[in-house]
Design a protein around this ligand. Sequence first.
Ligand SMILES: CC(C)(COP(=O)(O)OP(=O)(O)OC[C@H]1O[C@@H](n2cnc3c(N)ncnc32)[C@H](O)[C@@H]1OP(=O)(O)O)[C@@H](O)C(=O)NCCC(=O)NCCS
Length: 215
Amino acid sequence: MPTPYKRMSLQSRLPRQVSTLYTKVKTTFLREMVLVARELSPPPPMPTLSLEVSIRALGRTEFPRSRDGLRRSLSQKSFVERVERGDVCFALSIEGAVVHTAWVAVRRGPIEYLRRDLALEEDEIFVFDSYTNPEYRSLHLATARAAFVADHYAARGFRRSLGVVAVENKAGLAVPESVGYRRIGSYGAFCIGRLCRTWSEPLPGQQIPALIRMR
Ligand SMILES: CC(C)(COP(=O)(O)OP(=O)(O)OC[C@H]1O[C@@H](n2cnc3c(N)ncnc32)[C@H](O)[C@@H]1OP(=O)(O)O)[C@@H](O)C(=O)NCCC(=O)NCCS
């Protein structure tokens, strides 16, 4: 019978900074993502928010002036390129300032972390790069945007919404799971420089999109 100490992973026994470094080194080469999915009908209920918000899709010239509600790594050039290829950036604003964004793609779902796209069915959407300004987290803003997006695409005949989250991103998984997404499989990549060898693993009985070369 192993002792509880022996059952702990190597990572959980390391001091915090060493553990963070361990994760960084590991994920440079080995990248693993959980695939989650949810039927769009019925859409998740809109939460009651304590602040007044507006949610809408941004046009190609509407790169937010304050970038606090947008992933830091996303440049204006990448923003425009994404909009031009058909991806939609949904922005949630409070008093005119964008505090949360998330992207939606159809037909091809980009997974930059794995350097691949997902080959989606005609009636599927792929939600990615969800981000809330740190000062506005845990106010159910991501939940409100998720409800808005589900309603928007369900009304246009889309059936299922998909998303991926890196296995080490516990908060990233908490939001989709709280609005009814379920794990249906996983993807992985072993990368050296820009070369990645990838794999897919559906959970039993699940159909998951194939990984294809990025656009
Ligand atoms: C993930 C993220 C978008 C959540 O945004 P948010 O607006 O704070 O999310 P919400 O307030 O709508 O939270 C929804 C649920 O997830 C839970 N949750 C949010 N952050 C969490 C955290 N760090 N740990 C555990 N649960 C968390 C909330 O408690 C809430 O659950 P509840 O409905 O049971 O109360 C935000 O933390 C973020 O921008 N993180 C960095 C980027 C990222 O990891 N994106 C996701 C992968 S693309």
